[in-house]
Design a protein around this ligand. Structure first.
Ligand SMILES: Cc1cc2nc3c(=O)[nH]c(=O)nc-3n(C[C@H](O)[C@H](O)[C@H](O)COP(=O)(O)OP(=O)(O)OC[C@H]3O[C@@H](n4cnc5c(N)ncnc54)[C@H](O)[C@@H]3O)c2cc1C
Ligand code: SF4
Length: 337
């Protein structure tokens, strides 16, 4: 049996109170649904002395529309410019919310494909954004990791995947961020020192040890997604071992702006679950350039394949995962077409 260590559980009721608690030191971690943090604590990957619960904080809840300045507006308002999702909203709430399904259907789809129903009822958007990276040599019990001499992400000094170098390449494994990146979403962060906003793309860095720019004293407060124009179509495709519960082995988010004559004005493709951060496929403007998506699907798929180089960071063969990249990019583009 894997037991939890002793800790104090704090239940703040306001954002200021939570930020004050988190600012108090290294030994404090925020917890939302706990669906990732609790197993990681049982594996002694994290042993905080204090947990700060986020779900009781009103400022972290709510799904609605806002104008360009962030003021809440009605659903039928002409000035609605962004869809706002509170960090403590559950994945189940995001997956079924009518506004999300209408404005960002691929986000609803991605949220609906996280784990299984019980986990989606507890797991949150903020937790999904801040999900720790995953690796065969890391998501194991203390005993298992100790037998191998640990690794540089936790307690050791060697990477068992690359064997050389000092960089962790554990996989970013969250479902919603690739879609958020493809839609140009931003994330609002707060700490006791103030607030800041970064794009979801800039939020992630290619370092599997800590793969976001979020400081340890900061909380994700909300995610804001620009309301797309009428020609924008979105898709999300996920490869996993068991469709009922598993993390992605590969995921593809795609968003295209398509003119009434079917010519694509822009295309964004984001590939994830391979490396420490989602990868935005570059060079697509040149390929798409006013063509119909189905006419350029093979070229887009080949471009994604060239840019993706998975490693043996999760259990499934990296060559097979790479071979699936063009297959799933084509499927995503088929859906957009
Ligand atoms: C069996 C199983 C299958 C899973 N499958 C998937 C899957 O297919 N896809 C997927 O994406 N995930 C999967 N997960 C992981 C997890 O359930 C989800 O990613 C979920 O969204 C995490 O949210 P949470 O609220 O439970 O996060 P928590 O576990 O509470 O927290 C996760 C991390 O985020 C931090 N955190 C949480 N909220 C905030 C915030 N607002 N600001 C700053 N930091 C914060 C915590 O400190 C912690 O480090 C799976 C988990 C399990 C156990
Ligand atoms: S990629 Fe390397 S350093 Fe990172 S968790 Fe895996 S074995 Fe450890």
């Amino acid at each position: 049996m894997l037991r939890l260590h002793e800790y104090t559980y704090h239940r703040p009721t306001s954002l200021d109170e939570a930020l004050g608690l988190i600012a108090e030191g290294e030994d404090v971690l925020p917890i939302a649904g706990g669906t990732d943090l609790m197993p990681n604590m049982k594996h002694r990957l994290f042993t905080p002395r204090h947990l700060v619960a986020l779900k009781g904080i009103g400022e972290l809840h709510g799904i609605g529309l806002a104008d360009a300045d962030g003021n809440a507006v009605d659903e039928d308002s002409a000035s609605a410019a962004q869809l706002v999702v509170g960090a403590a909203e559950t994945l189940a709430a995001v997956a079924r919310h009518p506004l999300v399904r209408r404005i960002a259907p691929a986000l609803a789809e991605a949220a609906a494909h996280v784990a299984g129903p019980q986990i989606r009822n507890a797991g949150t958007m903020g937790g999904n954004l801040c999900l720790d990276t995953r690796c065969t040599y890391y998501n194991q019990s203390f005993f298992w990791r100790q037998a191998l001499g640990f690794c540089l992400k936790k307690d050791g000094d060697v990477c068992h995947v690359t064997k050389v170098g000092k960089k962790c390449v554990a996989a970013h494994s969250a479902d919603t961020p690739p879609v958020l990146i493809s839609l140009g979403a931003v994330v609002d962060l707060a700490s006791a020192a103030g607030t800041r906003t970064v794009t979801v793309d800039e939020f992630f860095v290619a370092n599997g040890e800590w793969n976001t720019v979020r400081r340890r004293d900061e909380l994700v407060v909300r995610i804001r997604i620009p309301v797309p124009g009428p020609g924008v179509r979105t898709a999300y495709r996920k490869v996993r071992q068991r469709n009922s519960v598993d993390f992605p082995l590969l995921s593809i988010a795609a968003a295209a702006d398509v003119a009434p004559d079917q010519a694509a004005r822009s295309l964004s493709v984001v590939v994830s679950a391979l490396g420490a951060r989602p990868r935005v496929v570059t060079g697509l403007d040149r390929i798409v350039a006013g063509n119909r998506l189905r006419d350029v699907a093979d070229a887009v798929a080949a471009q994604a394949y060239r840019q993706c180089h998975p490693l043996e960071n999760i259990i499934v063969d990296p060559d097979w995962r790479r071979a699936m990249v063009p297959v799933y990019v084509r499927r995503a583009l088929d859906e957009l077409s």
